[in-house]
Design a protein around this ligand. Structure first.
Ligand code: FAD
Length: 526
């Protein structure tokens, strides 16, 4: 029988052999009577410093005669039969078409291809290798390609990211996402670390391998191919016209376009697709020396290879707004992430090694429809744009990002750089970031920073560096959908992933892509 043994506590230097010994001891059996030993989960317990420990769950195979009743933290792992998804009866006119190759579009495409539906996947940006060059070029010269950038291109918004694969959603499909990532080349530890992170270096390989698999299974992936128009007749989707004028007829279209496809949102709105305003958050990226964060979290044990670069998560819930850290990138860099000219947008990225000098994180405050100053369903986009353009102006209108020491930000004055050097991928200019964000956001940040400093010693470092502005934390819109996951009022159109308002992050977007694919299989016949 297969067992799950949890709460195995080990020191930072414990080997798999020691874990196996602990498992045998817990079961009161000999080591050789354990087979198929596997680490299922590993987390860090840093509550007591010194004395940081690793906590494991492991699975193993043992003989049926082993008695486990009364043994603490041991249970039998039942084989769960996956419920088969049976194809539906509606015909697909043409082939199912997916717009976007972010995690939502890629996973939707992969699952449809695995079921034999031979999807067509359109991506406005370039393939990942060429995309990397375009992004590097933007970072070096400030010359933005509006179709291929940090938001657009193969792999979607997260390709240049830390690749944190954590999520707050509780869905059985999360496991499939991590398994598929590993099968396409992600390091095996993704499947068991409590806070897995794949890194941009691995992610680039993984998304290319996923695309090749979709193609191998009969799907088609077209790059440099923006969906420029959708054709909707009598409440039904009938097809898509690409940027080169080619009309693709189909009655199944998945909109996995991400949160930054503002032109596509506008086009869909103009064609009658319903939109709703949605809250999100805005703020800055904040950088600290990674060593400071390591020490605050791990004390004397910081630097131990089993711990890696430390992360943090902070929030302060006020009566009206919440200030919080978001998308933290240990040992990473701050990346220029705009998708429109004359705007500055920040985000964070790291490689699997997380070995850079600075830790960076978004420090953001929640905003919502009441702040947008309009009832227009796309009002949140205009709101984002306003602060992105102000940041561009504050940086000197030459693509430099405004940066400011934390102490200067607190005092609303422009000073110089301190000990924390900007890791930003483009040029920077010292400016007052208070001028690039609404006062209710900066006030909330100023209240939160001393509190965060009490929670994480050193967070309030005077030289910590702020880079403005972070505006693309999640989608500013939602496209409402019914129980069958179709857009309300438009048969065959499936809003999916983060841009449509159904996900926040790589894993949840991927899960939504799988959900939509499963629904398409249930509805349409092969
Ligand atoms: P996207 O990934 O945005 O993909 C949408 C795709 O659609 C894009 O490739 C776009 O080019 C394409 N598209 C848009 N319009 C059209 C059109 N008209 N025709 C054809 N194609 C179109 N999340 C995490 O969980 N962990 C992280 O560490 C993390 N770090 C991040 C770092 C950065 C720099 C960024 C930008 C994001 C990060 N995120 C992270 C967020 C994560 O990337 C997104 O949540 C996720 O990618 C959303 O997936 P999606 O498939 O819904 O949309």
């Amino acid at each position: 029988m297969k067992l799950l043994i949890s709460n195995i506590i080990a020191g930072l230097d414990a080997s798999p052999g020691e874990l196996r010994q602990q498992a045998a001891k817990r079961l009161q059996i000999k080591l050789e009577n354990i087979s198929d030993f596997k680490i299922v989960k590993q987390s860090i317990d840093a509550r007591k410093k010194p004395g940081i420990r690793l906590v494991y769950s492991v699975s193993c195979q043992v003989d049926h005669s082993v008695r486990i009743s009364g043994t603490k933290d041991v249970k039998i792992l039942e084989e769960v039969e996956e419920e088969a998804i049976l194809p539906g009866s509606k015909p697909v006119d043409g082939r199912p078409l997916i717009i976007g190759t972010g995690p939502a579009g890629l996973f939707c495409g992969l699952v449809l291809a695995q079921y034999g539906y031979r999807p067509i996947v359109l991506e406005r940006g370039r393939q990942v290798e060429e995309r990397s060059k375009a992004v590097e070029d933007y970072w070096k010269t400030g010359k933005l390609d509006t179709e291929t950038n940090v938001q657009f291109g193969e792999g979607g918004a997260g390709t240049f990211s830390d690749g944190k694969l954590t999520t707050r959603i509780n869905d059985r499909r999360c496991e499939k996402v991590l398994e598929e990532f590993c099968s396409f080349g992600a390091p095996e530890e993704m499947s068991y670390k409590a806070k897995p992170h794949i890194g941009t270096d691995n992610l680039k390989k993984v998304v290319a391998n996923m695309r090749k698999e979709i193609e191998r299974l009969g799907g088609t992936v077209l790059f440099n191919t923006k969906a420029a128009e959708v054709t909707i007749r009598n409440g039904r989707i009938c097809g898509v016209v690409t940027c080169s004028g080619e009309a693709i007829e189909t009655n199944v279209v998945v909109l996995a376009i991400g949160h930054s496809a503002r032109d596509t949102f506008q086009m869909l709105y103009d064609r009658g697709v319903p939109f709703q305003q949605k809250p999100f958050s805005i703020g800055v990226r904040i950088e600290h020396p990674q060593e400071l964060i390591n020490y605050a979290q791990y004390g004397e044990a910081s630097g131990h290879p089993a711990l890696g670069a430390a992360d943090y998560q902070l929030f302060l819930k006020g009566t009206q707004r919440t200030a919080y850290s978001f998308c933290m990138c240990p040992g990473g860099i701050v990346v220029a992430s705009a998708s429109e000219p004359q705007s500055i947008v920040t985000n964070g990225m790291s490689e699997f090694s997380r070995s850079r000098e600075n830790a960076n994180s978004a420090l953001v405050v929640s905003v919502g429809p009441a702040d947008f100053g309009t009832l227009h369903p796309l009002g949140g986009i205009e709101f984002q744009r306003k602060w992105e353009r102000l940041a561009f102006a504050a940086g000197g209108s030459n693509n430099s990002a405004p940066v400011q020491r934390l102490e200067d930000f607190m005092d609303s004055r422009t000073g110089g750089l301190g000990s924390v050097r900007p890791s930003y991928t483009g040029e920077t200019r010292c400016a007052d970031i208070n001028l690039c964000l609404p006062p209710y956001v900066t006030d909330c940040m100023k209240q939160a920073i001393p509190y965060f400093d009490r929670k994480l010693k050193g967070f309030g470092l005077k030289d910590a560096l702020l880079t403005g502005v972070e505006t693309r934390t999640s989608s500013p819109v939602r496209i409402p959908r019914n129980e069958q996951l179709e857009c309300i009022g438009i048969e065959g159109l499936y809003p999916c992933g983060e841009g449509a308002g159904y996900a926040g992050g790589i894993v949840s977007a991927a899960v939504d892509g799988i959900k939509v694919a499963e629904q398409i299989v249930r509805t349409y016949r092969l």
